[in-house]
Design a protein around this ligand. Structure first.
Ligand SMILES: Nc1ncnc2c1ncn2[C@@H]1O[C@H](COP(=O)(O)OP(=O)(O)OP(=O)(O)O)[C@@H](O)[C@H]1O
Ligand SMILES: [Mg+2]
Length: 324
């Protein structure tokens, strides 16, 4: 792994305006993505995964969503300080996104061809652009790409639109693909094929992938490292193997115990009791405390994300000898 990160996210705090004032959604989220790696991002629904991803491309809903503090450095340059014109060049070319909801990225009034070819208006591309589009549509499992190009979005199923969006994200051979639940709308065989395609991209062009999913089985299969998010904070940041063998944070352990078959012969799935609190109820101390079997008096304070060893970092007082 190269020493210089491709993307460095530093203490990113995001909030949404509400009638009761600003509500903080993420709290000083920091992580790095290195060239050519797959970084998994997991956590239950509502933890702030999508909001974090959107902020990296400055796509938070306007008005309402805003970045209150922090930096996002792409190859050392802060993309939060770029002009609207400059960030448009970053999108698609340096960083592209496969959205959780295809409808967020697809215009219902334009043919697929118009939408795909539009990317070439913003970015320079060497070679035959139409051929590139046809090749990619084939690679995302469309046997008749010409027919897809002349279709309007309403003529395609949700799974087909998802594959069109994946092709769009790959068009410019970006440095980083943010894939937000990229395969949930797809059946299992297509899902596996799409994941293989993303991995081929990673190999061919050293593309990095931020892979957001609920599905820890997919993370175990495809990620090199992962971050675990709970209630707007990163609670664990780890290489894959030690995480699977020995997750540290009680929340990470809970997520792994809730999996159907990561360890064969395990008698049952053990769900985590309780729910993620809504952001307006986020506490200043450890936010997992209410659901945690190991909570003790120190947990009313905020645990910092600290190195446990050179491959695992965790934000939990169980591992913080100095604080104890
Ligand atoms: N436009 C918005 N206005 C106000 N709050 C929002 C908005 N979008 C998201 N949120 C809130 O931000 C929090 C994080 O949402 P986000 O969509 O990032 O979760 P997620 O981890 O991606 O969940 P999922 O796994 O369901 O996709 C949630 O509490 C959500 O209600
Ligand atoms: Mg989401």
């Amino acid at each position: 792994m190269s020493k210089e990160p491709l993307l460095k996210v530093e203490e990113l705090t995001i909030s949404f305006e509400s009638s009761e004032g600003d509500i903080e959604i993420t709290d000083e989220v920091s992580f790095d993505i290195y060239p050519g790696e797959v970084l998994g991002l997991v956590g239950e629904s509502g933890c702030g995964k999508t909001v974090t991803a959107l902020a990296l491309l400055r796509l938070l809903p306007i008005p309402g969503g805003k970045i209150t503090s922090g930096r996002v450095l792409l190859k050392g340059k802060d993309i939060l300080s770029l002009s609207a014109e400059e960030i448009r060049h970053v999108r698609g070319k340096n960083i592209s996104m496969i959205f959780q909801e295809p409808s967020a990225a697809i215009n219902p009034l334009l043919t697929i061809k118009t939408q795909l070819m539009e990317c070439f208006d913003y970015h320079e591309f060497e070679g035959n652009s139409e051929q590139r589009v046809l090749d990619l549509l084939k690679r995302v499992d469309f046997p008749d790409p010409q027919r897809i190009l002349s279709s309007y979005p309403h003529e395609l199923s949700g799974g087909m639109l998802q594959r069109v969006m994946i092709a769009t994200a790959l068009l410019m051979k970006p440095d980083l693909i943010i894939a937000d639940e990229p395969t949930t709308a797809l059946d299992v065989t297509v899902q596996a094929h799409i994941m293989e395609l993303l991995l081929e991209m990673k190999k061919e062009t050293d593309t990095s992938i931020l892979f957001i999913t609920h599905n820890l089985n997919l993370i175990a299969q495809y990620a090199d490292r992962l971050i675990v998010m709970y209630a707007g904070r990163i609670v664990e940041n780890s290489h894959l193997e030690p995480f699977i063998q020995r997750p540290l944070h009680p929340y990470s352990k809970g997520l792994l115990n809730a999996l159907p078959n990561i360890n064969e012969g395990k008698p049952q799935i053990i769900p985590i009791p309780g729910q993620v609190p809504p952001p307006k109820d986020y506490e200043s101390g450890c936010r997992y405390r209410e659901r945690c079997d190991n909570a003790f008096d120190l947990c009313i304070k905020k645990p910092d994300l600290l190195p446990f060893n050179d491959r695992q970092n965790v934000a939990c007082f169980l591992y913080n000898k100095e604080a104890r």
